[in-house]
Design a protein around this ligand. Structure first.
Ligand code: ISL
Ligand code: CA
Length: 549
């Protein structure tokens, strides 16, 4: 029995603004992606997750949608989109759209109507409340601003926004809003798209009565109250309805960005025929911070492998990823970039460690080249609303210094610098001035150079993907952990029938001992450095995959 296509294919995430510019305005666009379709095919990937390309004023780079059925002018036209979809399908690559329906842009016609009067037919599409004693309706903090509420003069009420002020939350309790969303999704499906990555889907339902949060107050005294807006009981009702109305009867998939999911509640949303096909959890992305995401702590291999193992055990089918457009570059945070040799070896090691586990891999653009964090130095170089708001809140030099440490280590702009195609002007991304700085290391980290080098990170990704694509055990087999206590080596077995793979990855910068010789696990099929099968040690960041049958 073949598995669902979204289990068998490797996904590749495209952040269109930074992928390829086709017309020299410094902004990546759909025609740029079209010009790179053969590159995508050459990776061996089978599906693309395309970050939002809808019409948007870009307060949060497309995650603030003004019109769900129009293409962002900077990115092109609906004809370009249709051509992109055709070009992908001709190459047997599926297209999964990113959809943001927890909130819209404040420039969406629904919100323009909603804020115009209390009697407007769209009033109830958003969450409006009276203030309390001249203050916000409750104490909720937002992800991007101190308070999650903004006051609107015109009608004298407050509206809820869990993200930026220009991202008002939609009111999922309103049945007409839900119907409009489903109808819109179905129109995209009718066009031929293969699925959706649903942005912060776990936040759709809010606790009845919007009670105050009781946690530790943060900036401005507001409390981050996810207990009242993540995984609320009505969420399941909405997701089931959405599944029925949009997905049932189609060979389409839904991956939810389930912020705040836990191994305890994950099975309430994923699993055969459940509400979502796949979910993104962020436990692995949180292993190198403490308290807030900005507070970076040193990377510990043991924590990393324990989180992966916990999720492998918790649900039948995981998403496997090392980063996305909201995360710093994987090799900079989990690997070692101090020398070119360790950079290359550790990037490959991380890929082998994560993408051969049981689940669906999602590769973020540029990761296959080993792209690193960018050397941002000034406020003027930053573009991300989250980073800029963080700096705006600083009241002292010490706070500024702390914020900058966070931004350098964790800021989202790290992942958003242009794709490094070549060592040429603007890394081959654009002939004009790019919307965000190009990482100067494009002189040696770039696709053109790596194409020529059989030992490059790019070549390794191709090998790894080809291996996964062609091996039933790696695609569908079971997963068992080896050496659970080892503080350096992540090790596991994947097996199906009599095919068995052992994956051994030293995630540390020191030599690591093994209880037996490497050769005991079989014949090497993938490696990031020459391996001595008689040895019972792994070099720093050495990765080795062995097969026994
Ligand atoms: O990166 C984060 C902020 O520190 C995450 O918490 C992120 O905001 C969260 O995972 C939700 O992300 C998604 O929705 C946001 C958008 O800004 C992100 O780009 C998107 O991936 C609001 O739409
Ligand atoms: Ca452009």
């Amino acid at each position: 029995m073949p598995e669902a296509w979204w289990k068998e294919r490797v996904f590749y995430q495209i952040y269109p603004r930074s992928f390829q510019d086709s017309n020299g305005d410094g902004i990546g666009d759909l025609r740029g992606i079209i010009s790179r379709l053969d590159y995508l095919k050459s990776l061996g990937i089978g599906a693309v997750w395309l970050c939002p390309v809808y019409d948007s004023p870009n307060a949060d780079m497309g995650y603030d949608i003004r019109d769900y059925e129009k293409i962002m002018t900077e990115f092109g036209t609906m004809e370009d989109f249709d051509e992109l979809l055709r070009g992908l399908h001709e190459r047997d690559i599926k297209l999964v759209m990113d959809l943001v329906v927890n909130h819209s842009s404040d420039e969406h016609r629904w919100f323009v109507g909603s804020r115009s009067s209390r009697d407007d037919p769209y009033r109830d599409y958003y969450i409006w409340r009276d203030g309390k004693d001249g203050r916000e309706p409750n104490n909720w903090a937002s992800f991007f601003t101190p308070s999650a509420w903004s006051f609107d003069e015109t009608t004298g009420q407050w509206y809820l926004h869990l993200f930026a002020e220009k991202q008002p939350d939609l009111n999922w309790e309103n049945p007409s809003l839900r119907e409009e969303v489903y109808a819109m999704m179905n129109r995209w499906f009718d066009k031929g798209v293969d699925g959706f990555r649903m942005d912060v889907i776990s936040l759709l339902a809010k606790a009845p009565g919007l009670p105050d949060g009781e946690g530790e107050p943060g900036a401005g005294g507001y409390v981050f109250s996810s207990e009242h807006f993540a995984f609320q009981p009505r969420l399941h009702e909405y997701l089931r309805e959405m599944r029925r109305r949009c997905f049932d009867g189609r060979d389409c998939m839904c991956v939810g960005e389930t912020a705040f999911v836990t191994t305890e509640n994950a099975n309430s949303v994923v699993g055969d025929g459940r509400e979502l096909d796949l979910l993104f959890q962020f436990d692995l992305m949180d292993v190198d911070s403490e308290g807030s995401k900005w507070n970076a702590v040193p990377f510990e291999p043991l924590k990393f492998k324990q989180v992966m193992a916990k999720w492998q055990r918790a649900i039948d089918w995981n998403t496997l990823f090392l980063g996305n457009h909201d995360q710093p570059r994987a090799v900079s945070r989990f690997g070692e970039v101090s020398t070119p040799e360790l950079w290359k070896r550790s990037a490959k090691c991380l890929a082998a460690c994560v993408y051969l586990q049981r689940g669906t891999p999602f590769i973020y653009q540029g990761e296959e080249l080993g792209m690193t964090n960018a050397p941002f130095e000034t406020r003027g170089q930053l573009r991300d609303v989250e980073e800029l708001n963080l700096l705006a809140l600083c009241k002292s030099e010490a706070e500024l210094a702390r914020a900058w440490r966070g931004i350098k280590a964790k800021g989202r702009d790290n992942a958003r610098t242009p794709m490094q195609w070549s060592a040429g002007k603007n890394a081959g991304f654009s002939t004009g001035e790019p919307w965000i700085m190009v990482n100067p290391n494009c002189s040696w980290i770039n696709a053109e150079a790596e194409e020529r080098d059989p030992d490059s990170i790019l070549s390794f990704y191709r090998e790894l993907i080809a291996l996964r694509n062609s091996s039933p055990a790696l695609l569908r087999g079971g997963w068992q952990e080896l050496l659970p206590e080892d503080r350096q080596i992540a090790a596991y077995v994947r097996n199906l029938g009599d095919e068995e793979y052992t994956v051994l990855c030293n995630l540390s910068g020191e030599q690591a001992g093994l209880p037996c010789a490497l050769g005991k696990f079989g014949e090497p099929v993938l490696a990031n450095m020459p391996a001595d099968l008689a040895a019972n040690t792994l070099c720093p960041y050495q990765a080795l995959v062995l097969r026994r049958s």
